[in-house]
Design a protein around this ligand. Structure first.
Ligand code: ADQ
Length: 462
């Protein structure tokens, strides 16, 4: 069997199990099962750009190799091109795009540096799986260094329509590098369509049978592979005696008020201010909820060195404070906002103890929180998932209450409907959603991708 080599910007700490990003959760569970090599940045920043050798640690069946970034690499590759250019624009937020040419230079340099290290660690029979927008050109750098293994790429964030992509500085170069892969995977069929349209319209490409595309003299497989979660692991965490105790305690502390929960990195793509505004609208349109409902928003900090993230935090805190000041009372705080990461088992218990899960991103590749909320529910008395039509998850999770996160009244009405929904309807919707979360779980995602990669025509074979 081929060895699996996974490359992602960050690697999770397999020892402590502390991982808050969706990608880290998915990759960690995969490597613990199959073994192999995981290569990425260790999260450290060194002041001088010196020669580095990867730090290699074995953890069970997995080997984890990490390197630090220099200050300038961090600022140009990570904060710059990845998070001030690709992240906003691929989430359709061109207004937040902030470009300097040094960003693209740093992005190229770091991908080349990673390829220098990795090329010596890869053998031709390895299956190499590269993840996400930080590392799009990595395969082309590896090919320049003679790597002939099968290499696949999975984009965890959306791929926008060509009209948006062409606004990305260096897009022509960037998209051409994607043709150095054997398989390019996206979260949803609309991401695939957007990519195909770009290649047809901007690169004179050709769409072929079996999801293949040709351009730049190369043919690659392009498909969607919707990512999922480990459903049983979340369900188990939500149903331990400790979880039961946490839920009872929560009910006592909140005087049995209905809780609506949101859990998201504090990112401007997640629609948090709009969500809080919609909660205010719920209280205005349906005042019977005053003193009866709580919005619990858990939003750990992320990328705080990018100005847009500081602004979104201030906006969210201002809005939550306003509602609490205006509607709250000595015995009721309408919005409870927690700005830190929470252990995954507590999160699962909180999901189970909440009447509704509010997942309303303005744009999201998939959104694993939606699937975790479903997995954590009591099958006999489940809560209701309210899901943005702009989350990749909405393509599959049809039985959720699908909303437009830009329309406060729409979201407020869905919250009211969720709070009032009869048991039978909740059970039926939940059963269907759980079936979907199971059918498209993390194992299915991984197996489908690796099967496509193993079966891809080996065009680089010596
Ligand atoms: P993210 O943008 O990080 O992921 P998401 O898919 O929701 O978004 O995953 C977040 C993960 O972090 C979930 O597993 C969640 O439980 C966890 N998490 C969030 N807040 C937490 C907290 N306070 N404490 C502990 N854990 C917390 C990116 C893309 C998504 C895509 C995933 C996977 O942006 O669209 O679904 O990758 O591909």
């Amino acid at each position: 069997m081929s060895r699996l080599v996974v490359v992602s910007n960050r690697v999770a700490d397999l020892e402590s199990g502390a991982q808050s990003g969706g990608l880290a959760v998915a990759v960690a569970s995969m490597l613990e099962e199959t073994g192999g090599l995981w290569f990425g940045w260790d999260g450290n920043i060194i002041e001088e750009e010196t020669e580095r050798t990867p730090n290699i640690v074995r953890h069970g069946r997995a080997t984890v190799a990490t390197i630090p970034l220099s200050r300038s690499e961090y600022e140009t590759y990570y904060l710059g091109y990845s998070n001030k250019v690709l992240w906003p624009s691929f989430h359709y937020r061109l207004g937040l795009l902030d470009y300097e040419s040094s960003f693209n230079e740093g992005y190229r340099r770091v991908n080349a540096m990673i390829a220098d290290h990795l090329a010596t660690m890869i053998s031709p029979t390895d299956l190499v799986w590269i993840h996400d927008y930080h590392l799009i050109p990595l395969a082309s750098e590896l090919r320049k260094r003679g790597v002939k293994s099968r290499i696949g790429f999975f984009l965890h964030i959306p791929f926008p329509p060509p009209d948006v992509v062409v606004a990305v500085p260096e897009h022509a170069w960037l998209i051409e590098t994607m043709f150095a892969y054997d398989v390019v995977g996206f979260q949803t069929s609309s991401d695939v369509t957007n990519f195909q349209r770009y290649v047809l319209e901007q690169a004179d490409g050709v769409l072929k049978a079996g999801g293949q595309m040709s351009a730049f003299g190369r043919t690659i497989v392009v498909r969607s592979f919707p990512i999922g979660i480990d459903v049983d692991a979340v369900a188990k965490m939500a149903h331990t005696p400790e979880a039961d105790a946490s839920i009872r305690l929560l009910a006592t502390r909140t005087l049995n008020r209905a809780q609506i929960i949101g859990v998201d990195r504090l990112d401007y793509t997640k629609g948090l201010p709009d969500r809080v505004r919609a909660f205010r609208r719920l209280l205005e349109l349906y005042p019977e909820n005053i003193k009866r409902v709580i919005l619990m928003q858990i939003a750990p900090p992320t990328r705080e060195e990018v100005a847009a993230y500081v602004e979104i935090r201030e906006e969210l805190e201002g809005l939550s404070g306003n509602i609490n000041g205006e509607f709250g009372d000595f015995d009721w705080t309408p919005v409870r906002y927690i700005h830190r990461a929470i252990p995954r088992d507590i999160l699962a218990a909180l999901f189970r103890g909440s009447k509704a899960g509010l997942v309303t991103p303005l744009r999201d590749g998939m959104n694993l929180v939606a699937k975790e909320y479903i997995a954590a529910q009591d099958e006999d008395d489940p809560g209701v998932l309210i899901l943005s039509r702009f989350a990749g998850a909405a393509e599959d999770l049809e039985e959720a209450l699908i909303v437009n996160p830009y329309d406060m009244d729409d979201v407020a009405t869905a919250m009211q409907r969720a709070l009032k929904m009869p048991l039978q309807e909740r059970v039926e919707r939940h059963r269907a959603l759980l079936g979907r979360a199971r059918a498209h779980d993390v194992t299915h995602w991984r197996e489908q991708f690796l099967k496509a990669l193993a079966n891809a025509q080996h065009r680089y074979a010596a």
